[in-house]
Design a protein. Sequence first.
Length: 219
Amino acid sequence: MTRVLIADDDDLMRAGLVELLTADPRIEIVGLASTGREAIERTARTAPDVVLMDVRMPGLDGIAATQELTRAAPDVRVLILTTFEQDDYIFGALRAGASGFLLKRSRPEELIAAVDIVAAGDSLLSPSVTRRVIDRMAQQPTPNLAGQTRLDQLTPREREVLALIARGLSNREIAAALTVEESTIRTHVKRLLMKLDLRDRVQAVIFAYETGVSTPRAE
């Protein structure tokens, strides 16, 4: 059973999300919040697996709430839901520790699948959001060298896996590219995330581009 908390200041949206998600018997709604501050407080009380977080809410917005929440409860996964797709929201949410970013216009089955993916400890971005991540990294004139010390902790194979993650490859695709078992890649990913102190693959993509491990390729 996946425990979900919904944070959205729109009453109709909250009600719609509850109806949609509770149609899946594997999902339990453990709390509702209409502000970022309420989301933090109710997460502390209910210990959800996933928080569906709106961006625009009164008082503390969803991005600031995500940052506080992921610091206080690092095991809780945050899936950002919004009607907007501006770069500031995307990068603010991802840097705050969100594990996924999904537009509210997504189909119901996509939302349920997103909750499953995030709850399982993976990360999720819509294709258009992934493209924006890479485009933003391409705008950086020089790599950020602050992470080089952390990179030195990686083995050559772990750096190779990190570069392939940054290209958007799945574990299965990375395993095929390197001609190894998928279980081996899962181990490499787990270790490199731990060494780099990163929450998930989304953070790994940003880190790889910022440190120059990967660079945007010409179309």
